[in-house]
Design a protein around this ligand. Structure first.
Ligand code: 5RP
Length: 233
């Protein structure tokens, strides 16, 4: 199957991350089209004898990994992982990220926080000087969604951000639900002047289960550029 130029870049980043994997490792598997390339790379290695055990960050990734007969486990069985490889919607020079475009941010954050290393794989389109070009996903409990949306907007305003807080819908117009059964708001804040402060403010809102700001989590970002691979971190 021939890949488009951007998919080729994602595949190259995934292959570079695949080179970090050794038999015996406990891995976190991210979600999204870039992370899916990593699962494919890993699946090929497992087929050739690599012995790893993995925690998937979504049902989608779990199904893909099962298709490759990759051995799966849970964080209840193995609470600390060696390495998580995941994609991102955006990253800045300090390796802060926005994630959750695929709706898996809660499990992605739990798995990344349970890993000694988190390596992010990406094409260059995700690189920004300052976070906020991508709408910030915020996962919320279904109870009191409108009240939670107001609180998110207020907290954002207090930290120099404003813009619509919109409930995510599926392509058929129904409310999007995460694997955990929660809703997602996509917050069109534009450039975020202080991501650390906004993250703390969102964490303090009852009803917000998790937000897509991943700060201090990525240990490296592998960027597959048409000119070659770059590694930050
Ligand atoms: C899913 C994510 C993904 O990693 C992010 O959306 C990037 O996806 P893709 O590699 O398809 O661009 O955070 O929740």
């Amino acid at each position: 199957m021939s890949l488009s130029p951007v998919e080729q870049l994602k595949r190259q980043a995934a292959e570079r991350a695949g080179a970090l994997v050794r038999s015996g490792m406990k891995l976190g598997l991210g979600t999204g089209s870039t992370a899916a390339h990593f699962v494919d790379c890993l699946g090929e290695k497992v087929r050739d004898g690599l012995d790893v055990v993995c925690v998937p960050t979504s049902e989608r990734t779990r199904l893909q990994a099962e298709g490759w007969a990759i051995r799966l486990t849970t964080l209840d069985e193995i609470p600390e992982l060696d390495l998580t490889v995941d994609g991102a919607d955006e990253f800045d020079p300090a390796l802060r990220m926005i994630k959750g475009g695929g709706g898996a941010l809660l499990r992605e954050k739990i798995v990344a926080a349970s890993s000694k290393r988190m390596v992010v794989i990406t094409d260059p389109s995700k690189e920004v000087a300052r976070l906020g070009k991508f709408k910030l996903p915020v996962e919320a409990d279904l109870f009191g969604l409108t009240a939670t949306a107001h609180k998110i907007a207020r907290a954002a305003k207090a930290h120099g951000c404003s813009g619509p807080v919109v409930l995510r819908k599926t392509t058929s117009g129904e409310r999007f639900l995460t694997d955990g059964g929660n809703a997602i708001f996509d917050c069109d804040f534009g450039s975020i002047p202080d991501a650390d402060a906004l993250a703390a403010a969102l964490n303090a809102i009852p009803g917000v289960i998790e937000h897509g700001l991943f700060i201090g989590m990525a240990t490296a970002v592998i960027i597959a550029d048409p000119a070659g691979i770059r590694v930050l971190g």
